[in-house]
Write a protein that binds this ligand. Structure first.
Ligand SMILES: [Zn+2]
Length: 194
């Protein structure tokens, strides 16, 4: 099971359809993303926007989601791009599940919730990574990337990732977006073998 330049766009379109994500927008540097955020009129939501854009410029941020709008960095190889996409669409699904107002309140105001949401998205990406490579990403959960989390919440997120490692390594898939992506890739492989 692999993801190449031909597979990626079809997988992206499929996940967009299933999870109700109308826009997956590419971004190159902070200025593109900043302009897109300004266009959407939502820059005011981010107290740490400057930090986010700095992370984008440095290349440490590869994806971002704002409810049903997902941004993915340009120039990633197809597999990495798919893993970033699964991570970000997992956030979109979390927003849809909680309702946008509840999610924003939790995301902004409750650092352990935010760490748990990040852990869920990281686990989704790790499940896809494992399905494709039989390897676990190291670390499974990376929660320190520019989210202004206190140390206790970061430790909590990392612990959630460590708990998930055994299950992921055993092939147990718990996250809806990675489950959908893996099922789609399997079906596609089955078709091409016939
Ligand atoms: Zn995330």
């Amino acid at each position: 099971m692999t993801i190449n330049e031909l597979t990626y766009p079809a997988l992206e379109a499929h996940l967009q359809r299933v999870f109700g994500v109308p826009f997956v927008l590419p971004f190159g540097d902070g200025s593109t993303l900043g302009a897109a955020l300004a266009l959407l009129g939502i820059t005011g939501l981010f107290a740490n926007l400057t930090e986010i854009l700095a992370g984008v410029a440095l290349g440490s941020i590869r994806g971002l989601s704002l409810g049903p709008v997902v941004f993915v960095r340009e120039g990633l190889d197809p597999q990495t791009r798919a893993e970033v996409l699964v991570h970000e669409i997992t956030h979109s699904a979390q927003v849809a599940d909680r309702g946008v107002l509840t999610y924003v309140r939790e995301y902004v105001g409750q650092s352990e919730r935010r760490a748990a949401y990040e852990a869920g998205a990281c686990v989704a990406a790790a499940e896809l990574h494992h399905a494709l490579t039989a390897q676990l990403p190291d670390p499974v959960v990376q929660v320190a990337h520019g989210y202004l989390l206190p140390d206790a919440a970061i430790s909590f997120g990392v612990a959630l990732g460590e708990q998930a490692e055994v299950a992921i390594a055993a092939g147990v898939r718990t996250q809806p977006v990675s489950r959908e992506a893996i099922a789609w890739l399997r079906a596609r492989d089955g078709e091409s073998e016939r």
